[in-house]
Design a protein. Sequence first.
Lengths: 336, 391
Amino acid sequence: MDLLTNLILLTELHSRRCSIYRNYIDTIFPRELPITGFADLPWIPVRAFKEFDLKSISDHDVYKIMQSSGTAGVQSKIFLDQETSKLQQAKLIEIFAEVFGGSRYPMLIIDSLGTVKDRYKFSARTAAINGFTLFSRQRAFVLNDDMSIDFDLIDEFLEKHSGETIFIFGFTFVVWQHFIKRLEDTNKKYDMSNAFVLHGGGWKKLENEKVDNDEFKYRIHEAIGCEKVHNYYGMIEQTGSIYMECSHGNLHAPGGAEVITRNFEDFSENEFERTGIIQIFSDIQKSYPGHSLLTEDVGYILPANSCKCGSVGTVLKVLGRVSSAEVRGCSDAVSR
Amino acid sequence: MLSVGDRSDFAVISKVSPTRRAPCSDLVVSFLSTLSKSILSCREAKQYPDLVTFAFFCRRSSIKRIKSSCVDANVRLGWGVALHVAPANVPINAAFTLVFGLLSGNNNIVRLPSKTWPQIDLFLAIYSEVCGQNDFAEIGEANRFIRTAHDSVELLELVSSVDALVVWGGDATVAHFRSMQKKPRCVELYFPNRTSSLVIDAKYICALNEAAVKDVVNNFYNDTYLVDHNACSSPLKIGWVGDDSSISIAKDSFFRELKILLSNELYALDPVARIDRYIDVMYDVESSCSSLVIEQIDTDVWLQGQKCLTNGRFGRFHSYNVLAFADFISNLGDDQTLSHCGFSSDELRRELIDAGSCVDRVVPVGQALNIGVIWDGVNLLNRLSRIISVN
């Protein structure tokens, strides 16, 4: 079955099983016109997972609840059953293997063990680190709990795995702030030319640094001699279906996923190249209605064949976040 | 302007003396008149309609009218020092609440919300300038604007020392200040969250020509979209009165003009606010455990057939059709303001009184935001001053 049909079926499935979702889409998308394109599919704002418990499975079938810390400290809650959890893993393996091959690698994590250890700090970072650990043979955390670099650990790790391909993973701003810049500050250089770097989580915290993807890659190369650096775009609400940067530097929609953008005014679908609000589709969300989400990210899309890498996935250019509303608050002089 | 953070600043505030004046004293009236002239002659002020409205309110002729609404003004005095907690949703009310305090004969401390607005900064600048004039030094000394953390020791001390407290706030702010320690005789006035409605006579709209409909819509816009419906008096519910066919025609012409107005480049809504509107609907379907009927008339015009459990905002209204105004009264609940189009205020008031309604205010569409000395059913001049009686 094609993706659109799968997504229509998922809409029906979640309508049957999640009453808030059903009542919401019956209210907002009451049209009876046939769905002929992705833009016709009902959607929910990704923020809904921060405000509501949206699940399409019984409490008994909840296998895992993923939570991410949001900007205002409010967490997204994603309910997984075993099936969806497995599908997420399978999807991640599929995407990872396409770019990096199907093996497991010694993994250097540009973060501190404290990030994943502290259960109260469970975050998108923890989820991503644990998710990608799937591709590790042995993992080591490069940063101490105070986010300083553990140089001894790196030396030891490189010695132990000399000659092997090393998988370096981290959040974009952590890699930049606590690794690359620290290495530059201390004039420390490594030869990690046999490694590849995967990083994600967004560029928002790097806005003031005026660093783009090219600069980021260049500085990594300067510091550790690594040329294979890939960014990805993804969110906890669609874990698994990540948009991986190809060898030509473009993010592509993975298999079983699609992306469109909507204009800022009336939310109608944008054509290629036109900047708008990013909406993402994915067909592996069986336990919660997360298959069609309006994000709060801004970007534009290009047809897959605009990139010479050969991927069939739509190209996504992420430009940043939707400007935060200067909403005149509900008359509370108390709020500071 | 003082930020009460350290004790020395607080000492200045503490020195605000409880000189009591008669309501609308000559000094205050001439101060306000000078303030009004200064605002109206300031080029920069012209871009802030709320500041201009405020300046008109402060003119001598307008104050004279206000004085006449104060019962026995000649045998009254203010309570002493009044602390005002200005709201965070309607910027200019910080200036209005000061004026209400001045007119009723008190010395005033106005606590501003932490958020700043250009028109308030401008107002403060002009205010300080007028206070700097010799004639008004006394007013400048006895009246202060402050900013404080909401639970600072200084604020608690201040609240416990004043003779009157006026709190414009959300319900949370009101509850917070109500629970604080005050002088046993402290006079307290609270303005918690309220909602408001608009009632439209469909036949009246049908009879209007295009220009007149434009006027009505413009007034409606000023009451609602201009402030993101965030004022308590902005209507969130719209009652259409008439038979089905007139309502249908009236809505068509009303919303045709509204669409034109909203497409005007002056109106802009953040995408995040638009997303908020979807989240609001999700809250409503969650609370009501059912789907709702929403007529999406335009990008930012949504008419919800069922009660909005979350406050309508960003262009979402609760819309009813009723045969007669009387049928709409039960939907008003404990609304504050009833705006109307095509009715007479006096007649609507009569019907509200007969029905025992909670509504406090009836105004023609376009005047919902015009604050006055009578608010939430209370004459502030009377409440913030006391009568010295003789037998």
